[in-house]
Design a protein around this ligand. Sequence first.
Ligand SMILES: Cc1cc2nc3c(=O)[nH]c(=O)nc-3n(C[C@H](O)[C@H](O)[C@H](O)COP(=O)(O)OP(=O)(O)OC[C@H]3O[C@@H](n4cnc5c(N)ncnc54)[C@H](O)[C@@H]3O)c2cc1C
Length: 342
Amino acid sequence: MKIDLHATLRAHNTFGFDVSADYLAYLTEANDIPLFIQKAEEQQAPWQVFGGGSNLVLAADLQGYTGLMQIKGRRLHDQTDTHVFIEAKAGEDWHDFVDWTLEQGYGGLENLALIPGTVGATPIQNIGAYGLELSQVMDSLEAFDTKTKKWVKLTVAQCQFSYRHSIFKNDPKRYIVSSVCFKLPKLWQPNLTYAELAKAFADKVEKKQKITPRDIFDKVCEIRSAKLPNPKILGNSGSFFHNPIVTSDQHQELKNRYPNLVAYPANLTGGDWKLAAGWLIDQCGFKGYQSGRVGVYEKQALVLVNHGGGTGKELLALAQQIQVKVFDTFQVQLTIEPVIYS
Ligand SMILES: Cc1cc2nc3c(=O)[nH]c(=O)nc-3n(C[C@H](O)[C@H](O)[C@H](O)COP(=O)(O)OP(=O)(O)OC[C@H]3O[C@@H](n4cnc5c(N)ncnc54)[C@H](O)[C@@H]3O)c2cc1C
């Protein structure tokens, strides 16, 4: 296991914040994981494991051991009459993996195309986009349990997934994911539940023309590229706040005050509503707002950006300013999506 001393993490987080790690360890095989934990514990040093750094706010130098998940590998693991089971190691790039599954003829992950980061991080916040959540396509995962020092296999049910949430959020230092197994149907059907995708394919659906997983993949990439800044050009972590969930009474009261309120039923059984956090922030006048070297993306108010040379501290100060204004205006609390290291 290669370890660098006092290494900058600038290239390892999509905001491009220039903080350093005391020890930066490259985890390239499964056995590196217990070794990494052992080293940190022997020295009673703190530790953390990152993938692509696309869901992090690094607001201070990191003490102790920082592990970069780089274990590679992907394969058809098993199949039944109805499903294929595909395994990918935690350090695989998520988007490349989705692309590869389609090349192999396995549809099912295409709605989650172009989400940055690694396979191993996808269960942590139960990634979701364009009408699909990871929990709908994951079968199980393998992880090192840092408490018992044993390897475990966790099923979807054991991961306790919900909106941008999982068992890994409740107990952040317990498991290090080493691989994820996906269960994809052999009889593929397009998932057009997301309104923008339904609209894009309405003509084909009406004319009963064939839609392929690659068609959906390309469309998702096209829509996402038009809406979200490319982190290689403008530092960001995608959506910075969760879409807040409110009760039906709260929703009605807000709707009375703001007839243009953008909200969706939070689940199929009715009751709670999910508010579009970007709309709330936009209404408070923050879209395109710049505060020194950080700011709010001009095309999408839900995305905070580093214009260059900004720091995590500056970004968190801006986030707080937005939270206060949104709460004063709508009495709705915004919570931050990326994981903060300060
Ligand atoms: C432009 C852009 C668009 C985005 N769009 C979406 C979107 O549509 N939907 C969505 O859900 N997210 C989105 N994200 C957020 C992000 O891409 C995902 O959360 C992604 O899964 C994070 O992967 P990562 O490897 O970069 O994780 P990191 O940022 O490196 O880590 C995130 C957290 O996971 C933990 N972690 C990472 N790897 C492991 C592991 N192997 N075992 C245990 N813990 C681990 C880390 O400790 C950290 O707490 C977007 C981000 C960007 C920059």
